[in-house]
Design a protein around this ligand. Sequence first.
Ligand code: FEO
Length: 391
Amino acid sequence: MKVELKDGIYWVGAVDWNVRDFHGYSTHKGTTYNAYLVMGGKIALVDTVKAPFYEEMLERIKEIVPPDRISYLIVNHVEMDHSGSLPLVKKALPKVEVLCSPRAEEELKLHYGTEIALTVVKTGDILELGGKSLTFVEVPMVHWPDSMVSYIKEDKVLLPNDAFGHHIASAERFDDELGWEVILPEAAKYYANIVMPYGPQVLKALDALRGIDIEVIGPSHGIIWRKYIPQIVTTYERWAKGETEERALIVYDTMWGSTEKMARAIYRGITEEGVPTKLYRLSITDKSDIVKEVLEARGLLIGSPTLNNGLFPSVAEFSTYIKGLRPKGRKAVAFGSYGWGGGAIKALMADLQTAGMEVLEELQVKFVPDAEALTRCEDLGRRVAQRIKKS
Ligand code: FEO
């Protein structure tokens, strides 16, 4: 079945129903790799798909046009979920001219060698197809330094690659077919786990796109936006600015239950103050699902027992992950139980500070928390709630 975004612009991507791990990010609902065919007098293929899905893309193209009529391949982004089929396309269609950003030129050579000829395009460059044209805008770090978007002004269609994407495999191809409520949680998880460190670059990209008339957005993952464009653009702006809501997240792991007792007492303190709070044990809950909750929570309280003078391994993994994602400005607390030397809280505090959070306080309890220690945990929860409410 042909999927047409606008007259002469087709989705020719692939649906990956089975992927459950996307470089460490859990994709419970699978994903899609979206490629697009833009048919003017000449024909351009915008992006490809992950290499194992090349044949699926080719079959979709064949439904629309003989592949040897394609003149151009636009590489909006080098990451292999999009450029993976480039060598296969070039092998099958050697006359196709490959266009990419200056940074992509360097990176494509490091992925696929120097034999593939590349034409470099920069922000503002226009590829005339005849009746349709592609305008390129570089958007570095959304998601890699090479990233750019392609815009078809004649049809008001934006093809922004990773931006506005989400990991959902579905038979539906458009946002109005799947619904905002279904897409939003996946878009949030995607933003939190992939895009969160690049908020300033996202704002710059949104600025560059301001004033451009957009009726359809075809991202490189998930459904195509045509109904909820104002909603997703506004939501991206809010996420990129790091705006949070009045709620807290307690993330912990535990060896013999002591750090868990502390977590639950802190939870009581915060919720008694009326701040909605979620509690996750790391050895049970997937870390990329937790990170989705970090996106909009104002308070982040992380608990770790001390093991061998350092962090408990599951907390160390989460702490390293969150340090890289840099959810700046969150109000943070480190807490946990220890036996003799301690060490976990010191390591945690360092990671929270490196992540750019506002570290409010720390709390350690030796071995098992007694009633007095649990009261201190509840009091801490109440103080944190007050700080969350004041912001
Ligand atoms: Fe979907 Fe950065 O690749």
